[in-house]
Design a binder for this molecule. Sequence first.
Ligand code: NI
Length: 255
Amino acid sequence: MLFDSHAHIDSERFEGERDDIVARAKEAGLSLIMNPGADYSSSVNAVALSEKYDMVYAAVGIHPHEAESVDEAMLEAIEALAKKEKVKAIGEIGLDYYYDHSPREIQKQVFVDQIRLAKSLGLPIIIHDRDANDDVMRILKAENPFETGVILHCFSGSAELARQYVKLGAYISVAGPLTFKNNRKTIEVVEVVPLDRLLIETDSPYLTPVPFRGKRNEPAYVQYVADKIAEIKGLTFKEVADATRENGCRIFNIK
Ligand code: NI
């Protein structure tokens, strides 16, 4: 069985189609989907979806794009949401220096605030890192949330960076770009990360893998990421599916 460790099925691009999306995911062999929040309202929606669909779990948090909108009341609201039964992580949180939608100093502060919240609740964090490798690593080393759990979502760093994260105890999650032509960098990441630290994800509706690249992504397509990992590591599809699912259950504490 497969676990899509990161899918935004709360996205408005799935409006009116979520029953079908979940049904197709089941047909494709998925048994679990993690839906992270990106701002307060999507966190609320992620929790609602986790209450509606058995196979869906939620993470709650504020994406770095929205960091500027965060105040103390919002953090308290996220904390209250995080105590719901099917909320298993704080995310997605982190730094985005590619778009810089919020000022960097504010992004960093909101990232730190949410890491501390996750630690206080005993929850792992799901990290978004775009063009901010050094600051993300520096903050993580200073705050040390590795015991409660760290997931690098849609990992786009080097194999060397992946190796450092594995050493610190983090999990590396790989998405559709692994299947893109000439993505040597991510192939090398998969080669160096041990199977017991890998997660797979779609980041639906974004980052659609080959052979559907260019179309809207959905959780059912996580199979193509598993397929590619199997090819790279010389394993069977089932070995990759089972291991990444078990890893997801372990890090998210899903029984
Ligand atoms: Ni995402």
